[in-house]
Ligand binder design. Sequence first.
Ligand code: BG6
Length: 514
Amino acid sequence: MTTIKTTDQLDPTVFVIFGGAGDLTWRKLIPAMFDLSQDRSLPEKFAIIAVDRIKLDDAALRHRLHEGVNQFSRFGKARAAAWNQFAAHIQYQPGDFKQLSTYTALGRQCANLEKQWGVKAHRIFYMATPPAMFGEIPKYLGRAGLARDREFARIVIEKPIGHDLESARALNAILAASFDESQIFRIDHYLGKETVQNLLAFRFANPLFEPIWNRRYIDYVTITVAEAVGVEHRGGYYDHAGALRDMVQNHLMQLLCLVAMEPMVSFEADEIRNKKVDVLHAGRPIHRDAVPQSAVRGQYGPGRIAGRKVPGYREEDSVAPDSQTETFAALKLFVDNWRWQDVPFYLRTGKRLPQQASEITIQFRAVPHRSFPPEASLGWQPSRIVISIQPEEGIVLGFQAKYPGPKMQLRPVEMRFNYRQSFAAPSPDAYETLLWDVMKNDATLFMRADQVEAAWVWLMPVLEAWGATEPSDFPNYPAGSWGPEEVQGLLDQGHNWPLPTAMTVFGKRKGKRP
Ligand code: BG6
């Protein structure tokens, strides 16, 4: 993770996208690349080779990608001159991902570009394909000799990394057979979000918070990643994944690691990743018999969101009408170490919840002694820190203050830091940050093999227990609610799932209290 990126220069690069005609390329990768070209400038010697199975030519592909940029670029519609200049760097190469000839042709194309440029270029192979291809492409790249150069060849893989521990290990082994770990960039786009990165700055660049960031002062932590959207057009994938695999194993686990990790000694990629892995290794194992006390799953039925009727999960496209897949997951986890012993980490995520809100709440303990008379402190709330990731980026500190007037009365108040208000610079999209880092060969924000596996190890008992018994009550929450009722049962006495703060603090209060 580099901080003053605008002054950094990138070396000549060939960026190969497998699945170059697919949705991820159209929706995320090319808009992010285009935005980078506008914001930080890409190298002159730069090419994007989009590889896919369908018949297309350069012009047709560029036309399609242009439309994606117009929809998804953070700068809005692309100006013709800017787009044409960028699009000139994109080429299409049809090819079957399971044919060696596709890779040898690719090798020739890269070599031609390098010859034309008169320099050796970095070659980045991005797998923007369905997960079924993740185990194939690295093998062919290896066979074609395209993985060999440790300094110049890199592979990028999107989550999900495996479907469970065993398949994740198998996939990591396939990657390791052709690539060195230093060449493998496993993307979790949550790590590219500004507030997520800011967690490190907040915790370790300020002497204020770290001394109280432990079990002595913190009562519990909640991590909420709520989505108002349903599965949209991704039912085919999602119905085989579910919320635990799709969100918890990666995005929520990353957030937990950043909240719970020990201070890093340096900003080296492996130093930070080591500290995160330590958290996962300290995860208290969940016994299979105790899964009902530690985890709750749910699936949405029909309901209403923002006044609009929405269908239930089983009515969505490409979803089985009797699907048992969970669209909501909540967990109570513990990190067994000196800092966090017995502090519950409550995690929840779900689709079709009342509003989009990704937040971490650090709830502090009550003061050891209340010296104010009871009438002064009606409504007393222990201090808390809310780190808001979406839809607004910011941090809120909630504490007690004296209400104005002759009497001593306490009321909860808030201090707010909002990214948009504090900094003139707009936040880049997560993919911009991550693609830039891949090109800079900086792996800080990417998942290492051992980290992915450690997260699976922690969650496997839940997956196994859920896989062994079909839920009898699905769908068990209506769209537009905060998930199944049983989620309250995970909480210790006096603990709460907080109302999303972003809406109350940065904008108008919306949504119902959970
Ligand atoms: C993806 C999941 O990784 O993250 C999706 O597969 C989810 O199901 C998405 O909707 C959420 O990302 P964001 O950035 O919109 O919070």
